[in-house]
Ligand binder design. Sequence first.
Ligand SMILES: *[C@@H]1O[C@H](CO)[C@@H](O)[C@H](O)[C@H]1NC(C)=O
Ligand SMILES: *[C@@H]1O[C@H](CO)[C@@H](O)[C@H](O)[C@H]1NC(C)=O
Ligand SMILES: *[C@@H]1O[C@H](CO)[C@@H](O)[C@H](O)[C@H]1NC(C)=O
Ligand SMILES: *[C@@H]1O[C@H](CO)[C@@H](O)[C@H](O)[C@H]1NC(C)=O
Length: 252
Amino acid sequence: MALRAILSVLLLAHLSVTTPTPKHKKEKPAAFFLAGDSTTAVQSAGGGGWGNGFLATLQPPAYGVNKGHNGATTVSFVKGGDWATVLNLVKNATDAYNVFVTIQFGHNDQKPANNVSIAQFKTNLASLASDVQELGATPLLFTSLSRRNFNGAQLIQDLGDVVNATREVAAASHIKLIDLNAASRTYVQAIGSAEADKYNLVAGDRTHLNAHGSDVFGRIVADLILKSDKSLSRWIGRNATLSHLIAEGVYA
Ligand SMILES: *[C@@H]1O[C@H](CO)[C@@H](O)[C@H](O)[C@H]1NC(C)=O
Ligand SMILES: *[C@@H]1O[C@H](CO)[C@@H](O)[C@H](O)[C@H]1NC(C)=O
Ligand SMILES: *[C@@H]1O[C@H](CO)[C@@H](O)[C@H](O)[C@H]1NC(C)=O
Ligand SMILES: *[C@@H]1O[C@H](CO)[C@@H](O)[C@H](O)[C@H]1NC(C)=O
């Protein structure tokens, strides 16, 4: 009898610690807010990136907002108020959504005229990521989308300084890295210059993407994010045909 009493007390104690907690973070639909420059931004006369192509893969009620800003650096994005807008989106969404903020800069930060040193770039990236974490959301640090300039048959790597810096920040601060630079370089190198030019926003613009390019590079982003977090497969749709072409290095 005494033993029974002890056992039932133990059982109750066990039950009380294993009582199911309210909705687990990973059961909430995902929300993605995209911070970055024109290589993330909505297609327009002055820019256009992978952002909208990626957002098109989301399965409702998962959703996202593309806040990519043409010409932005890690300095101007904050000074100009875009970052405050992103943080407000995050604050408003964390109750109901599992929130992610993609952070992709570098194309403009690396231009000497913008006066952002690599040391400053790294400090700024770490600070953006930490702002996101403080709100209970997940930052994803992206290396810069490759430009599509070739020297003969060889794709030119002209983003190495900011790409290396981004990788270093992610590693040092334990922030999830989405290595878009590596993935986009592999694909662009595989298809070659002539095919890569078909994604240009306008002829000769080998930085920005047209709407089809946004879908293809948005697919690359979706696949990288799915690979890094399998629990998101409910919220990010797949396109096996497109993923296969990209993986095979065939123009899609
Ligand atoms: C805030 O969140 C609610 C509920 O998810 C949504 O309907 C509304 O559009 C959001 N407002 C802003 C400004 O994001
Ligand atoms: C460049 O930035 C540094 C600090 O980030 C500042 O001290 C300096 O005045 C700036 N120079 C110009 C020309 O804007
Ligand atoms: C970036 O890092 C790679 C590998 O560590 C190195 O080979 C390359 O020279 C670096 N690029 C720049 C621009 O620092
Ligand atoms: C999947 O990708 C292929 C190849 O780009 C495209 O033709 C097709 O429309 C896509 N399917 C969906 C559902 O987006």
